[in-house]
Design a protein around this ligand. Structure first.
Ligand SMILES: Nc1ncnc2c1ncn2[C@@H]1O[C@H](COP(=O)(O)OP(=O)(O)OP(=O)(O)O)[C@@H](O)[C@H]1O
Length: 730
């Protein structure tokens, strides 16, 4: 009997395609050479001897079982609690739905098979009607900033220039507290609820109350530490905006990737606020003498934003060093008696447990918890106005289903407007940089009809681009721009890319902006009008899930999020996130709700075929779309490398899921062959050990048996784990 892992590699469904495959010319790839030979013989009508026939039948039956729609193998392992069922598709026979595809004489597995329908037991958290739900992170209608004793000119600036009339719940609670008391604070509120202003406004207000002259030479009074450069830059720009009413107060940004020399120069000139990432801040504390001189009399506030992420990224030691450094400086309170007489620590987080809790223990003393929800659960849950959708998608169909969903969002964007189209933003979260690169290439450079806007990370589609089925009208401009963002890009590129995505400029106005990114963009980033968040790869922690989808539905605005899960064990992850979705979710069927609306009636042309306007079935269209990407992989070496790297890194990243979540995301349950298909690969890249090698006859039994592909994969995964997860997440 062939091994499970070996059969999994086979790339064709012999039982159904056999009679349509051209004998002799057919190339069979993947799997063990023995199995390939047997199958080839069967196709060519050469029967093996009677003794071995039963083995072959068993193999073919097993291969069919695995390849046909690979649910059975995994389903069998799932305990009885999981009751995903695969059913016959409206009684059709398999050959009605399956179409073998021959490409460059290579036979590739069909995307669709007979058993298409997926029903899941986890559809037990149905979403309630959204229209009647009040946003949970919106400004409070019955309150106002003017009732909060905020000093002038800050109050007028907030209401008149920043056009913010009413505080959110966390702001209503934190602003008076921080302005009047000197204890440490833990600010706990939902994503998008205005935590940044919740700590910045009272700190600036308190500084403005200092009597007498204050300017950049007065010293640094507040330091704000954030886990990512992007978030630090964002806080810095909110602070710059806020201090426009008191331009004599100067913020300074200290982040890695920027020139240290110019940062030193700015510090020497003097500043009242430092915003930065932990490593770079510590570097300056140790090496820039002027800081020590300035901090002695002035520093009173130390803020940690996204506290749990700071810990998760391994900044504990750095933060400890920063704290020790600051504690070693003796405060001189005589200069600013209006400021607190001690260093006040503020910790901000949308989650209470895990890293945030740990940092709280490290940095806070006798802190007061300010939480915007009546119950802790209310804060930990997703914003009420966010519509969560879930699609259970077989591994083979992940790429084409993503294309279908992006198409449907784009189509609704194009339809909903006449001339006055609003800019729409979609973020697609992936597990690693290489996968981001691959998906970005698939959608942004399918043909020559695109223009690069920011280096190689922003591409606008031009007329005649057909990567999305709805872009069929050559008369109309596609109005779609693709972006990519991850930690392997230079800081300048990251900044320029994000800036382009967030801005409402001549180029971006009215368009659908789609960004492929890693979790580098999941924390704290406040990007305007992100209407949809797609988690193509599952999050690494529940916190990551909340923060990713929290890029949408901010400050009371509505938004939607789609989570892709594989059939099988991954479905059970819904149980894990259910407590955070008290208002439920909508289950989408990958075919009826995504692929059919996208591909039905569309004209998808084969990239190597004659021009045709023939309208075919939706599933043929989807298959053609996928084959066009596969063909590109065959013909375009850099793209092929991107696909192989994307796939390999995706698997490695998958292995880094937390041990307590391994039961949902275990490598053992992944169908690697089908997953390769979603990277447009016909078979697993050789680097993963997919290609078996023949054992030499002189090899004796005392030689260590060759490591199987699956074992090699597991070993690589373990190595990946040892190397730490951040490499893959970012
Ligand atoms: N009082 C307010 N009225 C209207 N909009 C506000 C108000 N306060 C903040 N906002 C806006 O809400 C958005 C989210 O704010 P912010 O980024 O501070 O949220 P957050 O709670 O820090 O989110 P996250 O947890 O994701 O970091 C910003 O666009 C901000 O300008």
């Amino acid at each position: 009997m062939a091994e499970d892992g070996d059969l999994m590699l086979m790339n064709i469904d012999i039982a159904d395609y056999g009679d349509q495959i051209e004998p002799e010319t057919a190339k069979i790839t993947g799997g063990r050479w023995k199995d390939r030979r047997k199958i080839k013989k069967m196709i060519n009508g050469k029967k093996e001897g009677p003794k071995r026939a039963s083995v072959d039948e068993g193999i073919v039956a097993e291969a069919k079982k695995v390849l046909d729609f690979d649910f059975g193998r995994k389903r069998a392992k799932i305990d009885e609690k999981t009751s995903t069922k695969t059913q016959q598709n409206g009684g059709k026979t398999s050959t009605e739905n399956e179409r073998p595809v021959t490409l460059n004489k290579q036979i590739v597995s069909s995307l669709f098979t007979s058993r298409r329908e997926i029903t899941t037991n986890f559809d037990d958290n149905k979403h309630s009607n959204q229209d009647s739900i009040d946003p949970s992170n919106a400004p409070l209608q019955q309150d106002s900033f003017s009732a909060m004793d905020i000093p002038e000119p800050l109050l007028t600036h907030i209401t008149d220039s920043m056009k913010l009339e009413k505080p959110t719940r966390i702001q209503k609670m934190s602003i008076p507290t921080l302005m009047s008391k000197d204890n440490d604070l833990f600010l706990h509120a939902q994503t998008g609820s205005g935590k940044t202003l919740a700590f910045l406004v009272p700190i600036v207000a308190r500084i403005l109350r200092i009597e007498g002259r204050k300017d950049r030479k007065s010293g640094c009074m507040a330091m704000i530490i954030a886990p990512t450069r992007e978030l630090a830059s964002q806080i810095y720009s909110v602070l710059c905006h806020l201090t426009r009413c008191c331009h004599y107060l100067v913020p300074c940004l200290l982040i890695g990737g920027e020139r240290k020399k110019s940062e030193k120069a700015r510090l020497r000139k003097g500043c009242n606020f430092i915003v930065g990432t932990p490593g770079r801040i510590l570097d300056h504390l140790k090496n820039t003498q002027v800081i020590k001189e300035q901090f002695a009399s002035s520093l009173r506030y130390l803020v940690f934003d996204e506290g749990d992420k700071l810990m998760e990224l391994g900044f504990e030691e750095t933060i400890n060093e920063i704290l020790q450094f600051l504690y070693s400086i003796k405060l001189d309170t005589s200069n600013f008696p209006n400021l607190p007489s001690r260093l006040v620590h503020v910790l901000c987080s949308a989650t209470l447990k895990g890293g945030a809790n740990k940092l709280g223990k490290l940095a806070l003393k006798n802190y007061q918890l300010i939480s915007s929800g009546q119950k802790q659960q209310e804060v930990n849950s997703v914003p009420d106005q966010l519509v969560q959708m879930v699609a259970i998608v077989p591994p083979k169909l992940r790429l084409v289903t993503l294309a279908g969903f992006l198409n449907n969002v784009t189509a609704s964007h194009l339809q909903a407007t006449d001339g006055n189209r609003k800019t729409m933003r979609t973020i697609v979260f992936l597990s690693c940089s290489d996968s981001v690169d691959f998906h970005y290439e698939v959608f942004s450079s399918s043909d020559e009809n695109h223009t690069g806007l920011v280096g190689d990370t922003v591409r606008m589609l031009n007329r005649n681009n057909t990567i999305l089925p709805c872009l069929k009208n050559a008369e109309e401009k596609p109005e779609v721009i693709f972006y990519k963002l991850h930690g392997s890009l230079s800081q300048q590129t990251r900044t320029a890319t994000l800036h382009n995505f967030a801005s409402d400029s001549e180029t971006t106005r009215g368009k659908h902006l789609v960004m492929f990114c890693t979790d580098v963009a999941s924390r704290g980033l406040d990007l305007p009008s992100v209407s949809t968040v797609i988690e193509l790869d599952p999050p690494f922690t529940v916190e990551d899930h909340l923060h990713r989808i929290g890029r949408s539905a901010r400050a009371g605005v509505r938004g939607e999020a789609l989570l892709f899960l594989l059939p099988g064990e991954e479905e059970q992850y819904l149980e894990r996130i259910k407590p955070f979705h008290p208002l439920g979710w909508k289950m989408l069927k990958f075919d009826q709700d995504i692929l059919i609306p996208a591909f039905k009636g569309a004209v998808i042309k084969r990239s190597d075929g004659p021009a045709t306007d023939e309208v075919t079935d939706w599933d043929s269209n989807a298959t053609t779309w996928h084959l066009n990407v596969e063909r590109r992989v065959l013909e375009d070496t850099p793209f092929k490398e991107a696909a192989a790297k994307g796939y390999t890194s995706h698997i490695k990243a998958y292995a880094t899921h937390l041990s307590q979540e391994k039961k949902y995301f275990s490598l053992k349950n992944l169908h690697l062959g089908h997953l390769a298909k979603s990277f447009a690969l016909r078979e697993r890249p050789k680097a993963l050990g997919a290609a078996g090698t023949k054992r030499k006859p002189d090899q004796t039994s005392d030689i260590k048996p060759k490591e199987t592909a699956k074992a090699k994969m597991m070993r690589m995964a373990r190595n990946a784990l040892d190397q730490g997860s951040s490499e893959f997440n970012y």
